[in-house]
Design a protein around this ligand. Structure first.
Ligand SMILES: Nc1ncnc2c1ncn2[C@@H]1O[C@H](COP(=O)(O)OP(=O)(O)OP(=O)(O)O)[C@@H](O)[C@H]1O
Length: 281
């Protein structure tokens, strides 16, 4: 029974890992996950991509949140379509150079609901990775489906994810929803790079005072409990909510918005590169 609930290894459990094609050279795949929906996971994923791209990295986002895709809109790609050349998909590119593949970029109509069952979703994910010409990317960020169900499990099993950033709301820190995300990553043997608390506070537009509507942050305490890094608290910022709605996040995101999370990704990937080149010598 324990084996059924907790599994053992990727190889023992699920679909074979997706492979890169001849048009793709992705150096690092990083997931952004949350224990449940609506905590701002896509917002954090988009913000990380913007910051990495601003630093000069080649960045793509695979929007694995197939039934609730929100990446294209926040990055100004609403109404855009991915193209296809000889059955190979070509991602859409934002004006800042971030490549994006998302269900919303292949639907005839963006408001069409996606009512696909698990195996169809898994097929779409495979296409987005294996049949997509990503080119050379330093980082492919994967906006994971929320929660800990069938689809996130498929993503963990199929994509070569090197590490995940966990996004949480203030309430989730208290209600231990973070534990579900953390445990899922652990079961899949994927390192957790750290925890970001989204929507933790608001800044008074008049005096600049930080107001904590949900009480003092539990970020450090929760991160400690799981032995992972606390990657910072993010504000509720109406200007950024509007930027997501208007597709201008690339322009509006303040410089250095989530520096610890960006550093965690970059340093983990550098460490993995060093390990790989050491092993090759
Ligand atoms: N810190 C923030 N400040 C202002 N608006 C935010 C913030 N975080 C998220 N939002 C807004 O909240 C909405 C939901 O965010 P988002 O789509 O990132 O959630 P999600 O966790 O990915 O949802 P789901 O997993 O259910 O798809 C978006 O419209 C986004 O613009």
């Amino acid at each position: 029974m324990d084996e059924v609930l907790h599994g053992h290894s990727k190889a023992a459990q699920g679909p074979a890992g997706f492979k890169q094609n001849e048009y793709t050279k992705i150096h690092h795949v990083i997931g952004v996950i949350s224990g449940k929906g609506g905590v701002g996971k896509s917002f954090v994923c988009g913000s990380l991509a913007v910051e990495l791209a601003r630093s000069g990295a080649r960045v793509g986002i695979l929007d694995a949140d197939i039934t609730g895709p929100s990446i294209p809109k926040m990055l100004g790609l609403a109404g855009e379509r991915a193209t296809a050349v000889n059955d190979i998909l070509v991602p859409a590119t934002t004006k800042g150079g971030i490549e994006v593949m998302s269900a919303n970029l292949v639907l005839e109509n963006e408001t069409d609901p996606i009512v696909w069952r698990g195996p169809v979703i898994a097929g779409a994910l495979r296409q987005f990775f294996e049949e997509c010409a990503w080119g050379e990317l330093d980082y492919l960020l994967v906006d994971m489906p929320p929660g800990t169900g069938d689809v996130p499990l498929t993503v963990f099993q199929s994509l070569p994810i090197e590490g995940v950033v966990v996004v949480s709301s203030p309430q989730d820190l208290v209600q231990m929803v973070v534990g579900k995300a953390f445990n899922m990553a652990s079961m899949m043997s994927v390192p957790v790079l750290g925890l970001v608390e989204n929507m933790a506070y608001v800044t008074c537009p008049h005096c600049g005072e930080k107001i904590w509507p949900y009480g003092p942050s539990h970020l450090a305490q929760t991160a400690d409990e799981y032995g992972i890094d606390a990657l910072g608290e993010l504000p509720i910022d109406p200007a950024l909510a509007a930027a997501c709605d208007h597709g201008t996040l690339e322009d509006e995101l303040p410089q250095g918005f989530l520096p610890k999370a960006v550093d965690a990704i970059v340093s983990t990937c550098e460490f993995d590169d060093a390990k790989a080149s050491g092993a090759a010598e």
